[in-house]
Design a protein around this ligand. Structure first.
Ligand code: PLP
Length: 450
């Protein structure tokens, strides 16, 4: 199909070999090693073989078919067993959270004891900052990116203020250089080195929500540790999207959500990582009974002192929310079936292919803001439209059956997600975006969500 002959594996696919024909998209789908997985999800209805072109996995992932079954089983067990379900349900509720951790650990590159699904993302940011941002003497600053996702900025500023620190003087915000919009890892590292022993901790996004840029987490951790600071990460846009090796990279902590690339439903339960070197540390924390040693958890009033269980589980507060964890199990099953390595191989080609098609077919009408280097991004492409109103492009695309989102003031985010999108989806999006670019004038504003 290309000059060098047909591509017969996705590993061999590269920009120089791409073609603009629909047949080429179908060929890539035929050699996609995880092509069967998309059928395990429910896709919104639309005009493309009955489906919409759904490119919003960076905001809300699609529902796995088995989610309903998993939830239904818990509802049935609740109906028939009531309180006895804690121990006698088909998946006993008492230690239900443990069912997620092996597969979750594979997604974020951790040991099973280092991860736990609990609370919501912003709650987990607060809980982990409390433990890992420990100002002392001159060492009192927290470093984060700017702009950050608003919830992170609010969390950090209110957290510092609530603990008696100054959300201005004790906060270092690192921005992209003048005239650039991608934050460079080297600039983060330089800022860390500049702050030196005044720096207490860093908290940064693993993948930037606006531009889809991937941070070099290992480099940031190494720099933070060199100056004696701890390193924590918000992986909302990274978990299930880009390769993560949290244990090997030595991150101190991380938190993320499961509603985006992790497909666990709106407002899904959050995730947290605590490196095993902190597993038995006596870091201060806000405690609750589910973080206590299981052996004494039910001694209740007899042992009022908190004895944390070793590992990330020791940061839990409440007993596991079964209806929130069931969808996570259904999704993790599919991550295990696909395998993170195969998903990443597909993701690199899928995103590269969509970017190439947009440039090839629409030239300077579409500007890709996300870095082109596959190492510096995951599935998301952030687009700008110099000649038309981006809000109108979103609406016109929606009318044509494609779901993408808009971020103020002028960005469209599109995520070709390897679990749920095909190469044909990308081809079709690039195809219908042409007319959308012509018809996109003067339509009302629509907002993005996450
Ligand atoms: C980077 C980032 N941080 C924080 C949040 C807030 O998450 P939650 O509402 O689960 O606390 C989001 C939500 O999308 C996010 O993308």
């Amino acid at each position: 199909m290309s000059e060098g002959g047909p591509i017969d594996t996705l590993e061999a696919a590269h920009v120089g070999a791409f073609e603009t024909s629909e047949a080429f998209a179908r060929h890539l789908d035929a050699i996609d090693p995880v092509r069967g997985i998309a059928a395990e999800f429910l896709h919104p209805e639309g005009p493309f073989d009955g489906r919409a072109l759904y490119f919003c996995g960076h905001s809300l992932g699609l529902q796995p078919r088995r989610t309903r079954e998993y939830l239904g089983e818990e509802l049935d067990d609740w109906a028939s067993l009531a309180v006895q379900g804690h121990l006698a349900a088909r998946r006993p509720w008492y230690d239900y959270h443990l069912r997620a951790r092996e597969a979750l650990a594979r997604v974020v590159g951790a040991k099973p004891d280092e991860v736990v699904a609990m609370n919501g993302l912003t709650t987990n940011l607060h809980l982990l900052m409390l433990s890992f941002h420990r100002p002392e003497g001159r060492r009192r600053k927290l470093l984060m990116e700017k702009p950050a996702f608003p919830s992170d900025t609010y969390a950090v500023k209110t957290h510092l203020r609530a603990r008696g620190f100054d959300p201005v003087g004790d906060l270092v915000e690192v921005s992209p250089r003048d005239g650039e919009e991608i934050l460079r890892t080297e600039d983060v590292v330089a800022a860390i080195e500049r702050e030196g022993d005044s720096l207490c901790s860093v908290m940064l996004a693993g993948v930037d929500f606006l531009t889809g840029t991937r941070l070099d987490i290992a480099a940031v951790v190494a720099a933070a540790h060199r100056v004696g600071a701890t390193a924590g990460f918000d992986l909302a846009h990274a978990a299930g999207n880009v390769p993560l090796r949290l244990h090997e990279w030595n991150a101190d902590w991380a938190a993320w959500c499961h509603y985006k690339y992790m497909n666990s439903g709106p407002g899904a339960i959050g995730g947290a990582f605590v490196h095993e070197r902190h597993a038995t540390s006596n870091l201060p924390r806000f405690a609750g009974w589910w973080g206590n040693e299981p052996a004494t958890r039910f001694k209740m009033q007899l042992i009022p002192e908190f004895h944390p269980v070793a590992g990330a589980d020791g940061w839990q507060l409440s007993n596991p929310p079964i209806m929130a964890l069931a969808p996570l199990l259904a999704s993790l099953e599919l991550f295990d079936r696909a395998g993170m390595d195969r998903l990443r191989t597909k993701s690199r080609v899928l995103t590269g292919y969509l970017e190439w098609l947009l440039r090839e077919r629409h030239g300077d009408e579409v500007k890709v803001v996300t870095p082109s280097d596959p190492e510096r991004r995951g599935a998301q492409l952030s687009l700008r439209f110099p000649k038309v109103d981006a809000r109108a492009v979103v609406l016109t695309l929606r009318t044509a059956g494609a779901v993408v989102d808009f971020r103020e003031p002028d960005l469209i985010r599109v995520a070709p997600t390897p679990l749920t999108n095909s190469f044909l989806d990308c081809w079709r999006l690039a195809d219908i975006i042409g007319p959308a670019l012509k018809g996109a004038h003067g339509v009302e504003v629509v907002g993005g969500f996450h």
